[in-house]
Design a protein around this ligand. Structure first.
Ligand SMILES: *[C@@H]1O[C@H](CO)[C@@H](O)[C@H](O)[C@H]1NC(C)=O
Ligand SMILES: *[C@@H]1O[C@H](CO)[C@@H](O)[C@H](O)[C@H]1NC(C)=O
Ligand SMILES: *[C@@H]1O[C@H](CO)[C@@H](O)[C@H](O)[C@H]1NC(C)=O
Ligand SMILES: *[C@@H]1O[C@H](CO)[C@@H](O)[C@H](O)[C@H]1NC(C)=O
Ligand SMILES: *[C@@H]1O[C@H](CO)[C@@H](O)[C@H](O)[C@H]1NC(C)=O
Length: 543
């Protein structure tokens, strides 16, 4: 976390540079074949994106610092990329798998992601990042376990379940993409899925008296969700790699792109119970259920699935504020999380980002600080590396909102300096909940409130035990503020996790730059990097 990279001895980097391997941590190899196949998540046949024949895709299990090598064979008739939500890709935005960092894997070709899960623990997910592929599946869970000798602030659970939850459309991803391309907004989703299954499509079997970990990620496209388990309390222990104060909740909100872990003890009479997921802040509430089954179950518990909050915003805001860092618990390293005093470091720059929904040339677009992102003809990271002019320009998105001017299209890249310590304020003047994610980073959520942010809002910041994560919600007509040390050089996607908004331009790239131009700060271009656009035919580096 934080400045951790500067604590690593320099000889480590020399070793990396000289040998070309990623330290002495274990390697985990995966070979994935991406295909189209039929899926029936809501009872009607749909075209899904399968990984090795599966929807959702296989889970990645790893331990802090493991080298994770994923060779992806694209058997779709179109370009494809996978990105890794929450995996920080230290010094290596080359592996991030978004269209600003990587050339797409052409049909019939493969690309091997060579990643190290450096200094990370926690629950994350991967997803297909191009076109509107995410609406067809192709996502899966990632869990990064602590190294054996590092204390975890709860006893080992009897089992560890992954719940990928998300809203779902019966229309296929091409049809949804067509709607967006023609300048219209998506329709309301048709349902909610748990692990690719509809109503009671999943059963989680538990032993009475035991405690289980449930890792949950909102992999959906447009809706915040609430999750609850009939008759059972959920003890929150982790969000996106941070160990939290272990508060118990009867239901939890999970916004787009967010992940967390709860512990659930099977301490009720031996029956079947509902796990319920429903949409939040929507006028019509969609919900679905799974089953929590005691192994000695005497049958279905009486009563309907428990209801949850629907449009209440204050309830959600208060819950968000109750999620705090456990300062004495260890994170990925043996030292306590609280030994990094994020609130005592002076920020060196303030960036204010306002979302908006302008019409541009008669089409619905989404923007941040009035700029609606359009991709360059060459991935920005690749163009930057080969110094290809005219793909993007630095400073093509302002540091502050511009009001009243509508919006414009731009391949927007914000320049930033390695080792700056930035305050970013997400300002939401719209009446819908937003969710923002920053690749390559984890940041502290120091404040969140209704109304307009001003310098005086800083007085309310939590500078002591705010939680560090990589995705933050912004409530309607509200703001959320984060502190983020720019300790990871690269080209990083800053995006709305609402997939229609991101697709229609609510994203940009943050180019964190070190003038040292050293392998200590950033890994060299991978030898297997695919080259495309105006970089076609260039060479990566000699073997
Ligand atoms: C991927 O799966 C398809 C369909 O089963 C098969 O035809 C193809 O050979 C597979 N490719 C690889 C690289 O395994
Ligand atoms: C494609 O897969 C082969 C192994 O089957 C591997 O040697 C090669 O490096 C891969 N290509 C890329 C670009 O990663
Ligand atoms: C996707 O949906 C469109 C519109 O309903 C339909 O025309 C098309 O055949 C579908 N594609 C597939 C592969 O199912
Ligand atoms: C914080 O973590 C410690 C382990 O270091 C644990 O003993 C304690 O119960 C946790 N506190 C809370 C409030 O969750
Ligand atoms: C932060 O800034 C204040 C006033 O500008 C200064 O007094 C303080 O020493 C600075 N703290 C650090 C850690 O640099």
């Amino acid at each position: 976390m934080g400045r951790a990279s500067s604590l690593i001895p320099f000889f480590f980097f020399l070793h990396v540079a000289a040998s070309g391997v990623l330290g002495d941590s274990p390697y985990r190899f995966f070979t994935w074949n991406i295909t189209y196949g039929d899926i029936w998540p809501m009872g009607v046949k749909q075209q899904g994106i399968l990984i090795n024949g599966r929807f959702p895709g296989p889970q990645i299990e790893a331990v802090t610092n493991d080298n994770v090598i994923v060779n992806v064979f694209n058997s779709l008739p179109e370009p494809f990329l996978i990105s890794w939500n929450g995996i920080q890709q230290r010094r290596s935005s080359w592996q991030d798998g978004v269209d600003g960092t990587n050339c797409p894997i052409p049909p019939g070709r493969n690309f091997t992601y060579v990643m190290q899960f450096k200094d990370q623990i926690g629950s994350y997910f991967y997803f297909p990042s191009l076109a509107f592929h995410k609406a067809a599946g192709g996502f899966g869970g990632i869990r990064v376990l602590s190294r054996p000798l590092i204390p975890v602030p709860f006893p080992p659970p009897a089992g560890d379940f992954t719940l990928l939850i998300g809203d779902w459309f019966k229309a296929n991803h091409s049809a949804l993409k067509y709607v967006l391309d023609s300048g219209r907004d998506l329709p309301f989703p048709d349902g909610v899925l748990i692990n690719g299954g509809g109503r009671n499509g999943n059963t989680f079997t538990v032993e009475q008296g035991s405690t289980y970990r449930f890792r949950m990620s909102n992999v959906g496209l447009t809706a915040s969700l609430n999750i609850r388990i009939q008759g059972h309390a959920m003890k929150l222990v982790e969000v996106e790699g941070s160990h939290t104060l272990q508060n118990t909740y009867s239901s939890l909100d999970l916004h787009l792109g967010q992940s967390c872990s709860v512990l659930v003890t099977a301490d009720q009479p031996a029956m079947d119970y509902y796990v319920v997921v429903s949409t939040r802040f929507t006028s019509k509430v969609l919900s679905t259920t799974a089953i929590l089954r005691y192994s000695n179950s005497g049958g279905r518990t009486a009563g309907p699935p428990p209801g949850g909050p629907t449009i209440q915003i204050d309830w959600s805001l208060n819950q968000a504020r109750s999620i705090r860092w456990n300062l004495t618990a260890s994170g990925p390293r043996p030292n306590p999380q609280g030994s990094y005093h994020y609130g005592l470091v002076n920020t060196t720059r303030t960036i204010r980002l306002a979302n908006s929904a302008p019409f541009i040339d008669g089409k619905q677009r989404y923007a941040v600080n009035s700029v609606s992102f359009v991709p360059g003809d060459t991935p920005l990271k690749v163009a930057d590396f080969y110094k290809i002019p005219g793909v993007f320009s630095l400073g093509s998105i302002p540091d502050n909102p511009t009001f009243g001017g509508g919006g414009y299209l731009q391949t927007s890249v914000m320049a930033a300096n390695f080792r700056d310590y930035v305050e970013i304020v997400f300002e939401n003047y719209e009446s819908t909940v937003q969710s923002w994610h920053i690749d390559g980073y984890s940041f502290w959520i120091v404040g969140m409130d209704g109304g307009q942010w001003s310098a005086a809002s800083r007085k309310s910041y939590n500078l002591r035990d705010a939680v560090a994560r990589c995705t933050v919600q912004v409530y309607p007509k509200s703001w959320s503020a984060i502190y983020m040390p720019l300790d990871n050089v690269g080209m990083w996607n800053v995006r709305s996790e609402n997939w229609a908004r991101r697709y229609l331009g609510q994203q940009f790239y943050l180019r964190v730059y070190s003038p040292a131009n050293s392998w200590r700060d950033e890994n060299p271009i991978p030898r297997n990097a695919l080259l495309c656009g105006r970089a076609s035919g260039r060479r990566t580096r000699p073997l």
